[in-house]
Design a binder for this molecule. Structure first.
Ligand code: ADP
Length: 173
């Protein structure tokens, strides 16, 4: 599945059609990747986010990218890890699926995802990585508009977990 590429990078630096933000339900900014995206995009992003009236967990909304190299930002809200029996896996898969469907609906072809819920939301890394790669692969298998999905890892531990998960999905590469 070479339309999926795992990279170690800062998502705010990528020149893709759309980067995905791991936002919170307010969509009004936060820490981690959300804070980095808002800082890099500039204050107009927050102004547009205010018009969206938030976003439920597991769903996604799109804005322009403003000062970012990416043209658009899709804001999705990952689940907070509560032990695994609160629907977290379904909600996390829904973040990836809804974001990709939104991108497809907008005619976009290159996307970059951060590791949603793997920061302050506390999702176990190995499980989150498996959901990320399997959900992305599943959507790609039913769509040929999306040319490339970058799974952007911010440190070596995340990169290793994603590489392992992709290997489990397609052992022959
Ligand atoms: P969540 O609240 O969904 O857990 P976080 O922003 O706390 O979101 O973390 C999600 C992941 O994004 C973490 O693995 C974190 O290391 C990573 N991250 C933080 N900043 C960046 C960035 N600039 N580019 C890519 N990934 C980032």
């Amino acid at each position: 599945m070479n339309r999926i590429q795992i990279i170690l990078d800062d998502i705010t630096c990528l020149s893709v059609d759309v980067i995905v933000n791991a936002a919170n339900e307010s969509l009004l900014g936060g820490g981690g990747v959300d804070g980095a995206i808002h800082r890099a995009a500039g204050h107009e992003l927050l102004a547009e986010c205010r018009t969206l009236k938030g976003c439920p967990t597991g769903q996604a909304k799109i804005t322009l990218g403003y000062q970012l190299p990416a043209r658009f930002v899709i804001h999705t809200v990952g689940p907070i890890w509560r032990g695994g029996a609160a629907g977290e896996a379904g909600l996390l898969a829904s973040c990836y699926r809804c974001s990709m469907e939104l991108a497809i609906g907008q005619g976009l072809a290159t996307l970059a995802f951060p590791s949603i819920s793997c920061g302050v939301y506390g999702y176990p890394l190995a499980q989150a990585a498996e959901i990320a790669v399997s959900t992305v692969a599943q959507v790609l298998s039913g769509n040929d508009q999306i040319r490339k999905v970058y799974l952007v890892c911010f440190n070596a531990e995340v990169f290793a977990a994603y590489t392992r998960a992709l290997g489990l999905l397609s052992p022959t590469g």
